[in-house]
Design a protein around this ligand. Sequence first.
Ligand code: GLY
Length: 370
Amino acid sequence: MIRPWTDALARMRGRIARTAASMTAGFPHFADPATGAWTTSPAGDWTGGFWNGMLWLAARYGDDPRSRAWAAEWTARLAPRADSDTVFRGFLFYYGAALGWLLCGDAAARDVALAGAHGLAASYNPRAEALPLGAAAEEASDVGAGEANVDTVQASALLLWAHRETGDAVLRDIALRHAARHIEFCLREDGSVCQSASFDPASGRMLRRYTHKGITDDSTWARAQAWGILGWTLTHAWSGEARFRDAAERAADWWLAHAPADRVAFWDFDDPKIPDTFRDTSATAIVTASLLTLAPRASTPERARAYRDAAEATAAALVERHLRPDGLLADGCYSPRIGLATRHELVWGSYYLFEALHALAGLRDPAKIV
Ligand code: GLY
């Protein structure tokens, strides 16, 4: 069973190398499946860290000697984002810099990641016990000091890593409170996840639940479910706290009970047009990587087996039906609400499939933190 994973890794590494060798500015953001051409973001938007993360994985486990220099170069390009007013510094600096230290021992990457973590921590609202989206978060509307969404729970992993590096207990406290508050904001009784919430920045009181990118406020947008599983899984992995494993398991069990029989989620579980609507390979890839991380930490042996089996079957579905020979992961769905990149390669989807393939191929042990 190792071979299909190794072949898939080789295809993805080939595309990463071709992209890195030809891109002179910006960060890959999403790619047109017809041409393979990337739309770039000049300063990394919310997604540049995923590109760097792929380069760091390639540097650690691949055999292209250029990967390490590419990873270092793009990590340096991210450094100015430490001051961006966006909670997505969690994605940018965890995958985009901290991985450089964790995987390759790159001291410059560690410094960039710590600057990002400290910048992010400064945006914490202690009354809300949350890191708000911030004015420069990527969503076109509903951003700022009183807005939150589940896509941001992963930010806790950056702060927990920074706490381990520095011993600064404030970073750990913020991380745990942020991840816990989003259980209240976003995790519904039945284990489904609502993407977004507004709160009063002065009192911290939650004002409403809604969605930035799902079909309706009450629907379950596939990436909301995926980001919830990922964020609470990583918070548990870094902190060891059972309450985050419990939240991750509730969300993961809901996903497994509702995912299509062929494993690849539609973009919103409640789109009335299913099956004649968009898939989202990126949500599916996020869940695949998360289940691999959650399985060795699961609360019961039955869950551990179910998560690992589901991850393998889901990765196989992605590789067989959506990963092209040229290494492009097609059929990611960025935002149908604004008609943006609905059948495209999305750099974060590619990152999580790439991460998962390293575990499935036996190159990295998902029971360890990286
Ligand atoms: N806000 C992150 C996403 O679109 O998935």
